[in-house]
Design a protein around this ligand. Structure first.
Ligand code: C2E
Ligand code: MG
Ligand code: MG
Ligand code: MG
Length: 278
């Protein structure tokens, strides 16, 4: 660092300070311990079939019970975790935590729903991700076909050849992939076919506008048509009203997710409301 000269140091330092709000510094220094101190937890949000409203799967969403800041949401710490290798540990922790949860539910004799885990951009193009799943499926073999991943298109497009290689390895183990927040980034359509992902998740920003905005409606419809013609499943994210549900169903969108059906909630609430016979 010394060799790069004083000027470089000053430049880096200024950049650092601009990002260095007190909260950010606090989060950054506490994050490393959050895992070992057992402060992370997973909430689950159902995915439903649009024809029947029946729950067909769950998405795992990490939260952090911070000792002073209270319960904090991933938008406040994932990007900070991504600036260091903490994100690799965090993703691994979530995958393992989901596996343990599935084992618990299996032991209780409850029906197993596939659960998808969000994987950070930093992880998508690394073979470590394959190791994470080899390891977890080695210990919980019944999970093949019951644990999946979600990747954003931005993460995939950062290195699509490598992402394709990683995804193909995972697919062979029974781990399926969804492209998350689809429509918000710049996926090359040429790669989409090669990628072998199973599902497109339409970004919430389009679902927000589908009942009022022609453009959003056309984009949502086009994504559904694209998924259908590539033989992929399609999930609409962020469905908050009955009108959005009905419109999406009429467009042929097979799966839905959003506050209208269920907010993300604790494992206990999932059992109570969705896994036990009603
Ligand atoms: P995402 O994967 O696109 O997850 C959907 C987000 O939208 C979740 O926010 C969810 O609570 C929220 N949401 C669901 N339905 C509705 C709705 O009807 N209306 C509105 N307004 N919001 C809805 P959350 O849990 O705060 O997560 C934010 C993002 O953080 C996720 O976006 C994902 O990219 C990332 N993330 C979450 N958990 C993990 C994790 O375990 N690992 C990594 N690497 N990233 C994660
Ligand atoms: Mg997701
Ligand atoms: Mg999303
Ligand atoms: Mg998102």
């Amino acid at each position: 660092a010394k060799k790069s000269g004083k000027g470089c140091f000053v430049f880096w330092h200024r950049q650092f300070l601009e990002n260095a709000t007190p909260e950010r510094i606090q989060i950054e220094s506490d994050l490393r311990d959050a895992i070992t101190k057992n402060q992370l937890l997973v909430h689950y949000q159902p995915k439903v079939e649009s024809d029947s409203g029946k729950v067909t799967g769950l998405e795992a969403l990490v939260r952090w019970q911070h000792p002073r800041l209270g319960l904090i949401y991933p938008d406040r710490f994932i990007s900070i975790a991504e600036e260091s290798n903490v994100i690799l540990e965090l993703d691994r922790w979530v995958v393992n935590s989901v596996a343990k949860q599935q084992q618990t539910w299996k032991d209780m004799g409850l029906p197993l729903l596939p659960i998808s885990v969000n994987i950070s951009a930093a992880h998508v193009t690394r073979m470590e991700l394959v190791n994470v799943f080899e390891d977890v499926l080695g210990r919980y073999p019944f999970l093949a076909n019951c644990i999946d991943i979600e990747l954003t298109e931005t993460a995939i497009m950062a290195d699509p050849d490598k992402a394709t290689e990683v995804l193909n390895k995972l697919l062979k183990m029974g781990v399926k992939a969804s492209v998350d927040d689809f429509g918000s980034g710049y996926t090359s359509l040429g790669y989409l076919k090669k990628l072998n992902a199973n599902t497109l998740k339409i970004d919430r920003s389009f679902i927000d506008g589908i009942t009022a905005d022609d453009y959003d409606r056309d984009v949502a419809r086009a994504i559904i048509a694209l998924a259908t013609s590539l033989s992929m499943d399609v999930v609409a994210e962020g469905v908050e009203t009955k009108e959005q549900w009905e419109l999406l169903r009429s467009f042929g969108c097979k799966y839905l997710q959003g506050y209208f059906f269920a907010r993300p909630c604790s494992a206990q609430d999932i059992v109570k409301h969705f896994l036990l016979p009603q």
